[in-house]
Design a protein around this ligand. Structure first.
Ligand code: ADP
Length: 534
């Protein structure tokens, strides 16, 4: 049959089959608010009626400036299913960047948390297209001068909405790259691309989300659609738990234990903090329900994966992706071929970025675009293609990222081994080129973070009079732990060729981060790049 792959299908399915399953949200005051899938679907219809009344037309952009919570999810569902487009704004960006993005996307209406109004007020006047503001009363009553109260507005609207029959290629969501390597660029997801991404994400060998799961998206809903986890939950009828603004290790651990979370997803920096807290007090939280902790966004160090497994019997699921890939690209799990391999080989496979999930194709190419061998050694730029990989950016920017034969150039440098396992060695902008040879900062960081005294390590290029660039390491030590540069160098010796070893180790209190929690190496280069020239 010709049956359109649209998100609308998920709405009736969640209401009819999983109507009593909970969707839980944590508010700024830490209270937990409970809805069911039936409530969420009703509230989504009410929101669609309210937006229609506000004049939101097909194709119009409904922006969100929200933490992860139920109302945010309702916007994710109502706007696309009524034929409009939801646009998630990253609340960690500078107001000027937010203004640029909201103007670029021509946002029509915005849904904003009351707790985020101070940020919104810093840029709202720079977005002339905005006609209406709906304020989610997450931390108190909404003053009408700030906009319409989200709860009162949807309560006044009907819970019946005649969802239109949409073509599957209709735009559903816009997400901007976080601009780690340049101006943020808009990526459009269609109903079809999200539905296919969801189906493959829920395959057992991908993330394997099912009805019995309780899913906690720690990754923000503005960061590559929270990796699709909320869509996985509604599609399968899983229980969903939103952390709101409380993303510190203690709050997350408490929530995971209380709600019996089975699958949680977040960037490595979140999990590094969680592992340190568990190590300090292994018995405090009951995490026996957890079956997978999904880690992506930056490389998950092998020591992190190993530490969770060995010391706490918790399994990490390492995945690679990008805003441009919706985001799932590759997922790491050992294969039949490694069943009898040593623990070291298995850990190395789990710590790699894995191989492409179904319907994503991968290759890596050299400087002239030639395909490189899958020998586990040759480094080249990773390229991917597939039904949820972008074929252009909004407004036609960045055309050089798309090849003539339909592949997306990721900007990541990787090796691929015979079994297809991808190992990201760097982002091309972060590559360290010493005397013409490439040094993988990611490999050095992983090794440094396996040192017992090291909490975080970021390796970056320092300018060098003779070698052009040499690696430098910024190190954050664990509280009450000591390590000297000599000890860290000794820890790396034997694991790497001599010319890979960092020329210096800079002990810092914190490593600067991007808006999505990754190490901000451009700032490290700006601050310390001339360290070796002095
Ligand atoms: P931004 O491009 O603004 O950082 P994205 O979240 O889209 O925002 O980042 C995608 C990039 O993150 C990838 O190109 C890659 O460099 C990095 N990345 C994502 N997942 C992993 C991973 N598992 N291992 C290493 N790098 C990763």
């Amino acid at each position: 049959m010709q049956f359109p792959l649209t998100l609308t299908h998920f709405l009736s399915r969640a209401r009819d089959f999983f109507g009593t399953t909970e969707v839980v949200s944590r508010r700024p005051d830490k209270s937990l608010h409970r809805h069911t899938w039936r409530d969420v679907v009703d509230r989504t219809a009410r929101l669609a009626n309210a937006l229609t009344k506000l004049g939101v037309r097909p194709g119009a952009r409904v922006a969100t400036l929200c933490w992860n919570h139920t109302a945010h999810l309702e916007a994710w569902l109502a706007a696309p299913c009524m034929g409009a487009v939801v646009h998630t704004l990253n609340l960690r960006l500078h107001p000027n960047e937010l203004a640029y993005i909201a103007r670029h996307a021509e946002d029509d209406v915005i849904i904003v948390d009351r707790s985020l109004l101070p940020l919104f007020h810093k840029f709202k006047d720079q977005v002339p297209s905005l006609r209406h503001v709906l304020v989610v009363p997450d931390d108190g009553e909404v003053d009408p001068v700030n906009g319409l109260d989200y709860e009162k507005t949807i309560a006044a609207a009907s819970a019946e909405f005649a969802w239109p029959e949409l073509p599957e290629n209709q735009a559903a969501m816009i997400c901007y790259t976080s601009g780690t390597t340049g101006n943020p660029k808009g990526v459009l997801y269609s109903h079809r691309s999200i539905v296919l991404h969801t189906l493959v994400s829920c395959m057992r060998d991908t993330l394997g989300v099912g009805e019995a799961d309780t899913v906690l998206p720690v990754v923000p809903m503005f960061h590559a659609a929270a990796w699709g986890l909320p869509f996985d939950a509604i599609a399968t009828g899983a229980k969903l738990v939103f952390p709101g603004p409380h993303l510190d290790p203690g709050s997350l651990l408490e929530l995971m234990a209380k709600e019996r979370v089975t699958v949680a997803g977040g960037v490595p920096t979140i999990w590094l903090g969680i592992l340190a807290m568990l190590d300090a007090d292994p018995k405090k939280f009951d995490l026996s329900a957890i079956r997978a902790m999904v880690i992506g966004g930056s490389a998950a160090p092998a020591s992190l994966i190993d530490g969770f497994k060995k010391r706490h019997d918790l399994s990490v699921q390492h995945a690679w992706g990008m805003t441009e890939t919706s985001p799932l690209g590759t997922v790491s799990r050992t294969k039949r071929a490694q069943a009898d391999a040593s623990p070291e080989v298995k850990l190395a496979a789990l710590a790699s970025q894995g191989y492409a999930c179904a319907f994503v194709e991968q290759r890596h190419v050299g400087e002239n675009g030639q395909r490189l061998p899958w020998d586990g050694e040759t480094m080249g730029e990773l390229e991917v293609r597939g039904p949820w990989v972008a074929q252009s950016y909004l407004g036609g920017e960045g055309v050089d990222r798309f090849t003539a034969d339909g592949w997306f150039k990721t900007g990541d440098v990787a090796t691929i081994d015979r079994e297809g396992f991808v190992r990201i060695t760097d982002r091309s902008k972060d590559v360290i080129k010493s005397g013409g040879e490439w040094i993988s900062s990611v490999a050095l960081e992983n090794a440094l973070m396996s040192h017992p005294a090291v909490l975080e390590a970021a390796v970056f290029a320092g300018r060098h009079p003779k070698w052009d660039e040499r690696p430098l390491a910024a190190i954050v030590l664990k509280p009450n732990q000591q390590a000297t540069a000599e000890q860290l160098r000794a820890h790396l010796e034997g694991q790497f060729a001599k010319f890979w070893l960092p020329d210096d180790f800079l002990f810092v209190t914190a490593i600067p981060r991007t808006s999505t929690g990754k190490f901000l190496k451009s700032k490290l280069r700006a601050d310390y790049g001339d360290h070796l020239m002095k």
